[in-house]
Design a protein around this ligand. Structure first.
Ligand SMILES: *Cc1c(COP(=O)(O)O)cnc(C)c1O
Length: 349
């Protein structure tokens, strides 16, 4: 069977999501999910009929939240589908390339590989910022440049002046895709107002993180109308299930937005608590983070990851040496995690 698959797919290593890695425990801080399990009321009729391709209430609600016009919004099955639509719409297989800057989110590379699009890799600098000179010299055949801010897994923001320089450098040549999956935790850092000036900007958003709806699978791409219309050519005819549009619209109602903002404040307080507690410990470095997670460096990160795993505290190991990514859970989960790490460091000292 394997040899019937496309060669590219035979060679592909699929994305190892937190969910696929599994684990067994009662503290789950490995997938940047929200600890809040909000309730929604659902009452569906007319499920015998197809959904709207782009449900109007959902699009209008997100446009109002993001501060753009409805024509500038596309909704899809999570931000992950947005990544794939952009590559499928703009990159010619075996001809064009995407460019991304690791350490960063893994799906840009995997989607490109699946579609047969070349990947150009320009690592972030030591400070986890864009290496603009190196990007500039690697732009040949590049149609999409992916930039994640707050960056996953490092947590830092990419400097706005660098994003602007990148947009200038790529004008009429390539699209800069800003992955703003975590922007609701630091809305002031959004690049959304740059859309007015840069037709080559696209922004990815999601309800999976701050809106606590990872299981719903609802994301957005923001861009100028011309770009959105190109994506609409490649999207499936009925991409948004009726229940998804209904629940997502509730999450974007005034009450839903107020609850999201309240929960963001709560998680930010927990993040500050975890950061302060961890940074008091010997041999531990906590990097500043703007999302609902912190990247933490230990003297032996793999051992710490494994020890936590064995006690049922499931964290995320990272490609960065000795670093573990810890999602911000509720206060109880943060306290359990902090005291586990504190005790273990005391034990091995
Ligand atoms: C979680 C995440 C996504 C995917 O979001 P979905 O809407 O759940 O598909 C995209 N980019 C980054 C950086 C993420 O962390």
């Amino acid at each position: 069977m394997e040899k019937l698959a496309r060669k590219q797919i035979q060679a592909l290593t699929p994305y190892l999501s937190a969910r696929r890695i599994g684990g067994c425990g009662d503290v789950w801080l490995n997938a940047n999910e929200s600890p809040f399990d909000n309730e929604y009321k659902t009452n569906f009729t007319r499920l015998n009929r197809y959904s709207e391709c782009q449900p109007k209430l959902l699009i209008d609600s997100y446009a109002a939240y993001a501060g753009v016009r409805s024509e500038q919004v596309l909704t899809s099955r999570g931000a992950d589908e947005g990544i794939e639509l952009l590559i499928r719409a703009f990159c010619e297989p075996n001809e064009d390339a995407i460019l991304y800057c690791p350490p960063t989110y893994g799906m840009y590379a995997i989607s490109a590989e699946t579609i047969g699009v070349e990947r150009k890799v320009v690592p972030l600098t030591q400070e986890w910022q864009l290496d603009l000179a190196s990007i500039k010299s690697n732009l040949e055949n590049v149609k999409l440049v992916f930039v994640c801010s707050p960056n996953n897994p490092t947590g830092n923001l990419v400097k706005r002046e660098d994003i602007i320089e990148l947009l200038e450098m790529t004008q009429d040549k390539a699209i800069v895709v800003m992955d703003e999956a975590y922007i609701d935790f630091c809305p002031e850092a959004s690049t959304v107002e740059l859309l007015a000036q840069y037709p080559n900007l696209a922004i990815l958003r999601t309800l999976s993180k701050a809106f606590a709806l990872a299981g719903l699978r609802c994301g957005f791409t923001l861009a100028n109308e011309e770009l959105i219309n190109i994506l609409l050519k490649v999207i499936a005819p009925y991409p948004v299930p009726i229940p998804v549009a209904d629940i997502a619209s509730q999450a974007l109602s005034p009450e839903g937005l107020a609850r999201m903002r309240y929960q963001v404040l709560d998680l930010s307080a927990n993040r500050a608590y975890l950061q302060a507690g961890l940074s008091m410990l010997n041999g531990v470095t906590v990097y500043d983070g703007w999302g609902n997670y912190l990247l933490v460096k230990f003297s032996d990160g793999d051992a710490m990851f494994k020890a936590a795993w064995d006690t049922g505290i499931i964290l995320r190991n990272s490609p960065i040496k000795d670093c573990v990514r810890i999602s911000i859970g509720n206060r109880d989960e943060c306290e359990k995690t902090l005291s586990f790490i504190r005790n273990r460091i005391a034990e091995i000292a």
